[in-house]
Write a protein that binds this ligand. Structure first.
Ligand SMILES: Nc1nc2c(ncn2[C@@H]2O[C@H](COP(=O)(O)OP(=O)(O)OP(=O)(O)O)[C@@H](O)[C@H]2O)c(=O)[nH]1
Ligand SMILES: [Mg+2]
Length: 265
């Protein structure tokens, strides 16, 4: 198994069919795992119908309720490791991330020596289109704040369009990653950096969603502000590296989490 794109969804009925067709239309051998959190708008039903059309490429994990982006990705990562995928991608369903850029992220990891490739808005030739000024300010402010506090050498630490080599996900103790929103994105990069993996930023143009609604809220921002401080604190005083390192990459995290297992955590 080579490439798996993990797409978390919550109420994405306007986008899900188009994004899946766009990815499979690339004909580049991507498999997709949708992790749906019981979307009341019937997103999962649409995916089920599409599974008949793309039987060996499209997979879905359904969780009973909205548990946050971070835990959806962790669920997807464990599924990917169990399926022995070599390259695992994070991508939103809302077309903010252009499917045509998947190949560039893949290339950075496969051929250019990166362990983790980040689709970055804030490097040369990257950018943002159609975002309201306040969202741009929030995103840039979050990047600056994160970099000042953690010193992470990544210009777009909240980015959510990523390619991971399998070894990166296997080396991180995924059960230790507890954040759900922006802070989740920051911590995954922070953990990879602290564990010595090579991070490469690949410029992307990020578009605001045109369909469906954003799930961004105040608690996600608050988690980000406090979460960054917590990461720094833990790395200064609590041996963060040891905490987040997977002691036994061969044997832990290899089983996909059953939905009720995830719930009872
Ligand atoms: N499974 C799952 N998916 C989620 C959850 N929250 C958000 N998502 C999905 O995660 C992706 C990103 O969410 P968005 O609402 O676009 O958040 P964002 O991109 O940070 O914010 P915007 O730029 O405002 O759209 C989308 O595919 C959402 O459907 C959740 O709790 N569970
Ligand atoms: Mg979005």
């Amino acid at each position: 198994m080579e490439k798996l794109v993990v797409i978390p969804t919550y109420n994405e009925k306007e986008n899900i069919s188009n994004i899946l067709h766009a990815i499979f239309g690339l004909n580049e051998g991507f498999h997709v795992l949708v992790v749906d959190d019981g979307s009341p708008d019937g997103t999962a039903q649409i995916v089920k119908e599409l599974q008949l059309k793309f039987p060996k490429q499209l997979f879905m994990e359904e969780r009973p309720g909205k548990m946050g982006l971070g835990t959806a990705y962790i669920h997807g990562f464990k599924w990917a490791i169990a399926g022995n995928y070599q390259f695992v991608f994070e991508m939103d369903a809302d077309f903010s991330h252009n499917p045509n850029d998947l190949a560039r992220l893949y290339n950075a990891c496969k051929n250019e020596g990166a362990d983790l490739a980040v689709g970055s808005r804030y490097v040369m030739n990257g950018g943002v289109v159609n975002w309201p000024k306040n969202r741009i300010a929030l995103s840039k402010g979050a990047s600056l704040y994160t970099r000042m506090i953690t010193w992470i050498p990544v210009k777009d630490p909240t980015a959510g369009f990523i390619c991971y080599k399998k070894e990166v996900l296997e080396s991180i103790n995924l059960d230790r990653i507890r954040f759900v929103g922006y802070a989740f994105q920051i911590e995954m990069k922070f953990a990879a950096w602290k564990l010595g993996f090579k991070i490469r930023e690949v410029p992307i143009i990020f578009q605001d969603r045109t369909h469906g609604v954003s799930k961004m809220n105040k608690s996600i921002v608050k988690e980000g502000i406090l979460g960054v401080l917590k990461l720094r604190w833990n790395s200064l005083f609590k041996n963060y590296r040891k905490r987040v390192k997977n002691a036994d990459p061969e044997n832990s995290s290899v089983k996909p989490v059953a939905t009720n297992e995830a719930l009872s955590e």
